[in-house]
Design a protein around this ligand. Structure first.
Ligand SMILES: C[S@@+](CC[C@H](N)C(=O)[O-])C[C@H]1O[C@@H](n2cnc3c(N)ncnc32)[C@H](O)[C@@H]1O
Length: 269
């Protein structure tokens, strides 16, 4: 099967979690970020919505036995990842633990975590779920632990509830900060590159968040891969952000006309 023909959200373990051609990058960038933030093999880490272990396969190999925990309601994703990516031997050696709840329940493992990651989870969640999730994350976080999450930043808040998939939802920066405050957590936005979301860190202890000098090292750039040029070329990033902003402020009928115009142009080419 040619996985590049699949769309994000399709029923294949490499596509269900996002664009299948970025399965490698989206796992690697999470691993690189966590290592940059100080993840060591002896740490306990929880990967919420771990999906098909895009990142989990790297964390499981790196962490000591029994240190990786994953929550994922779609158990088939984990099974497919074990069959196609990790293999049973590695599971026997590293003994990762999984739970399949969809309520963001984190105390089932009876563990306190050094790191809790939720990549591309709040980009599909209403504010009801985000509030529950962040409160639970706080309860399961060590006093000096770190929560690492992504949000889609928008100029208007999504005002629905529940889980939205494979569609995406977004929030204003001020709302994202309010979510953290209401859960009793300190929060900061970091410049680590993400192709369409923004990384945030949350902590119980303000001093656990990176200071300005550290922020400069949190770039996440990828050199020599044209697809990720905007990770280090400011001009390209500005073009994408401007396009994104314009699309958000345009009224829906104009967006629809532009869409059909583009579709016609494509068909005529
Ligand atoms: C966009 S994917 C991201 C997967 C993974 N974090 C990654 O970066 O590869 C979203 C994942 O959240 C899972 N999910 C759906 N509902 C959830 C819930 N209530 N709690 C946790 N995860 C959920 C989906 O099954 C899917 O695997």
């Amino acid at each position: 099967m040619n996985i590049s023909e699949l769309k994000a959200g399709d029923n294949h373990y490499m596509a269900y979690v996002g664009p299948p051609t970025r399965y490698d990058f989206m796992g690697a960038t999470q691993f690189r970020l966590l290592c940059t933030l100080g993840l060591r093999a002896s740490h306990n880490m929880l990967d919420v919505g771990c999906g098909s272990l895009r990142a989990g396969r790297l964390f499981i190999s790196y962490l000591d036995e029994g240190r990786y925990y994953g929550i994922e309601p779609n158990d088939w994703l984990i099974e497919e990842a074990i069959r196609n990516q990790l293999g049973k031997d590695l599971m026997d050696i590293k003994k990762p633990k999984f739970d399949y709840n969809s309520q963001f329940t984190t105390d089932i493992f009876s563990q306190q975590f050094d790191f809790i990651v939720a990549q591309s989870i709040f980009s599909h969640a209403g504010s009801d779920l985000i509030s529950i999730a962040l409160r639970n994350f706080k309860d399961s976080l060590k006093p000096n632990g770190l929560i690492v999450v992504t949000f889609i930043e928008r100029i208007k808040d999504f005002d629905g509830d529940g889980w939205v998939y494979p569609g995406c939802v977004g929030y204003r920066r001020s709302t994202i900060k309010r979510f953290a405050r209401e859960a009793g957590l300190f929060v900061t936005r970091i410049p680590w590159y993400h192709p369409n979301q923004t990384w945030y860190l949350l902590a119980n202890d303000r001093s656990r968040l990176p200071n300005n000098a550290m922020m400069r090292s949190l770039s996440g750039v990828v050199l020599f891969v044209p697809e990720f040029t905007e990770s280090w070329k400011r001009s390209q990033k500005i073009i994408r952000i401007t396009k994104n902003y314009i699309t958000q402020i345009l009224p829906q009928p104009i967006k629809n006309s532009l869409k059909s115009l583009m579709a016609n142009r494509k068909n005529n080419q």
